[in-house]
Design a protein around this ligand. Structure first.
Ligand code: ZN
Length: 294
């Protein structure tokens, strides 16, 4: 039988198959190979003679995140307030780059649009070809459009505390009562906090991942992107990178750089270029051997 892992706690996996829901353990072979099954994995399960279920095979993954542990994400949504707190565009661009690198479609949802218009920011990302949504969490306006984009997909959302991620999810899926980050907050520091991913099936197909205890997606340790791969993760650069004067152009300061010219002409947003230049500097300082074993 084939199914998808919707919950993984302490070596026990909940697998949803078309025939039903099964609690499974994983075969020892995975530990030997140092692969752990994670939520979102498409797996083959077998029912043993004693009636217990095991995960026999993990099918190839389209993508995998380590923190939170999630495989095969189609959509990663970044919830961003227009104010209080003001968006940190460098951080947002870092997340978008990670999504692009892992072949996950990024979407941005701007909240608190009743307090400040999102236009200034929306324009930057719409121009970059990224799907942008505007949601008023108080009235729920705009939430349905985001929900429609998730249909049939496996998606997850991230965003800093105070941006309205929980309100957005609850506006979209009131019946699911997603815990998001709230559980860990309520229990407080020092106590046992719930920190596991769970997938919820959506009416009309697809799943949404609830990721309580993960306040954000790890940008530093696990998702190293080397400088030569960076420009390709800025999707709006792709139209220009092969038109530069020098074939090994870093698109940071060279003469005849088509990317820089596009910034000057207003075709690429200045803030996106600034994020690229800063990330490029950071990537330059990474030594490949430091990460070889990860
Ligand atoms: Zn260039």
């Amino acid at each position: 039988m084939n199914g998808i892992i919707t919950k993984a706690i302490g070596g026990l996996y909940t697998v949803e198959a078309s025939e039903g829901i099964y609690e499974c353990k994983a075969r020892g072979i995975f530990r030997k190979k140092q692969i752990s099954p994670v939520c979102g994995d498409n797996v083959e399960i077998l029912i043993e003679k004693d009636g217990s279920c095991v995960i026999n095979e993990i099918y190839p993954r389209k993508s995998v995140l380590i923190r939170p542990p999630l495989a095969n994400l189609d959509i990663l949504g970044f919830v961003c307030a227009t104010c209080e707190p003001k968006p940190n565009l460098l951080l947002l661009d870092k997340f978008i780059v990670i999504a692009e690198y892992k072949k996950i479609t990024p979407i941005i949802v701007f909240t608190k649009i009743d307090k400040q218009s999102s236009k200034e920011y929306s324009d930057i990302y719409k121009k970059a070809g990224i799907q942008v949504y505007e949601v008023d969490n108080l009235s729920g306006d705009g939430a349905q459009a985001v929900k429609a984009a998730l249909q049939g997909k496996l998606s997850a959302f991230t965003g800093n505390t105070g941006v309205g991620k929980s309100s957005l999810l609850n506006n979209m899926f009131p019946q699911l009562e997603l815990a998001t980050n709230e559980i860990s907050k309520k229990l407080g520091r020092g106590k046992h906090t719930t920190r596991h991913v769970e997938l919820y099936k959506l009416d009309g197909g697809g799943y949404i991942a609830d990721t309580p205890g993960f306040s954000s997606f790890d940008t530093n340790r696990y998702d190293i992107i080397f400088k030569d791969e960076l420009a390709d993760c800025f999707i709006e650069f792709r139209d220009y990178t092969d038109k530069c004067k020098f074939p090994n152009c870093s698109h940071t300061k060279e003469k005849g750089c088509a990317v820089i010219n596009a910034v000057k002409e207003g075709k690429i947003a200045q803030s996106r270029f600034d994020s690229y230049a800063e990330m490029y500097e950071q990537a330059k300082q990474l030594k490949e051997w430091e990460f070889k074993n990860e």
